[in-house]
Design a protein. Structure first.
Ligand code: PHE
Length: 344
């Protein structure tokens, strides 16, 4: 019996050391320690047929062998596991010194300029407002002193959308000026706000016209707001945006919602007013429309024109972006073309 046990032990040790992987090792362990028909148990079951002395010897040896074999199995298991990890490390080899190509997102050029202007105006105490892109005829035209059938409507042809609740159609807003009267009604006076946003026009597209583009509207309303305030704010904005002192001039311009109305030009930054191809030899570049808010518009906003006055301006954000980055075709901006966008 004792011999049988030692033989079994030698055989088991051999098999354990030969196990190539953990699965085989488990099978070997099962073969020797398995409860039902493990070799060790089978031998131990025969103990009851032995006389008490022999039982003691055989039992003691069997227990010792069991401990030894268990230790051998665990040692082999540890070796096998370590080898597994090492070989996985080898096959999943990773060079941590390789530079990582980090592809970060970035802002669209329109957003860059928009946020710059928002910062600039916030520093001057202006609120940033939003307005609807699908607008009533009233806020886009009527309230801005552009009655129906007035020829001024032809200046901004738009997309009309049926309105089931109203015989007046909805319009895709043609300018951010739609927020002027909305803001006056909501906040009253004094009021300083800018409104960046998307606008729509029924245009034939070409390099400088698109059906969808971006504007930034601004207005300042209070007591005794004058053209001097308008010019000061415009110069501050343009100097901030182009990072240098700029010269501006006003020319008469017609917008039904301002009186007087102007086109504001900036002296050409390329030629300092001498005349070049950028300013088409005139020395000045047209930047935006502006003026003093028409009394009818103040009234539409529930303000008293005898008490309050204000200026308003509307600039083409899209145009600013094109000028700042030298983009020659407006259609790039809404194209979603990564070859274009990844340059910013
Ligand atoms: N809304 C005008 C446009 O889109 C610009 C403008 C705004 C002019 C405010 C005067 C005052 O052309």
């Amino acid at each position: 019996m004792l011999d049988k046990l030692s033989q079994m032990k030698d055989q088991a040790i051999k098999e354990i050391s030969l196990a190539e992987n953990i699965q085989i090792l488990d099978e070997v362990a099962q073969k020797y320690f398995g409860r039902k028909d493990g070799a060790l148990n089978t031998i131990l079951k025969g103990l009851k047929d032995l006389d008490p002395d022999a039982r003691k010897d055989v039992g003691g040896l069997a227990n010792q062998i069991k401990l030894e074999l268990e230790a051998a199995v665990e040692a082999t298991r540890a070796t096998l596991m370590k080898r597994d990890v090492e070989s996985r490390l080898e096959s999943d080899w990773l060079d941590v010194t390789l530079p990582v190509e980090r592809r970060r997102g970035h802002l669209h050029p329109l957003s860059i300029i928009q946020y710059e202007l928002e910062d600039l105006f916030q520093n001057l105490g202006f609120k940033i407002l939003n307005g609807p892109e699908l607008e009533s005829d009233y806020y886009n035209f009527e309230a801005l002193n552009i009655p129906k059938h007035h020829p001024a409507r032809d200046m901004q042809d738009t997309f009309y959308v049926d309105n089931p609740h109203n015989p007046d159609k909805w319009v895709m807003r043609t300018h951010t000026s739609n927020v002027q009267v909305r803001a006056m009604k909501e906040f009253g006076a004094p009021l300083r706000a800018v409104v960046p946003g998307r606008v729509f026009r029924y245009e034939a597209t070409d390099a400088s016209h698109d059906t969808t583009f971006y504007q930034l509207e601004g207005f300042m309303i209070g007591e005794d707001i004058s053209i001097a305030n308008l010019v000061a704010v415009m110069k501050t904005m343009l100097s901030g945006l182009f990072n240098r002192d700029v010269k501006v001039r006003l020319r008469p311009g017609y917008f039904p919602f301002v009186e007087p109305g102007f086109e504001l030009d900036m002296q050409c930054l390329i030629c300092s007013g001498k005349g070049c191809s950028v300013c088409k030899r005139v020395g000045w570049v047209e930047m935006l429309g502006c003026g003093l808010i028409h009394p009818n518009v103040l009234e539409a906003g529930s303000l008293d024109p005898r008490k309050h006055s204000g200026f308003a301006f509307g600039l083409g954000l899209t145009r600013f972006v094109m000028m700042r980055y030298g983009i020659e075709d407006i259609r790039h901006l809404n194209s979603g073309d990564l070859r274009f966008l990844n340059q910013f």
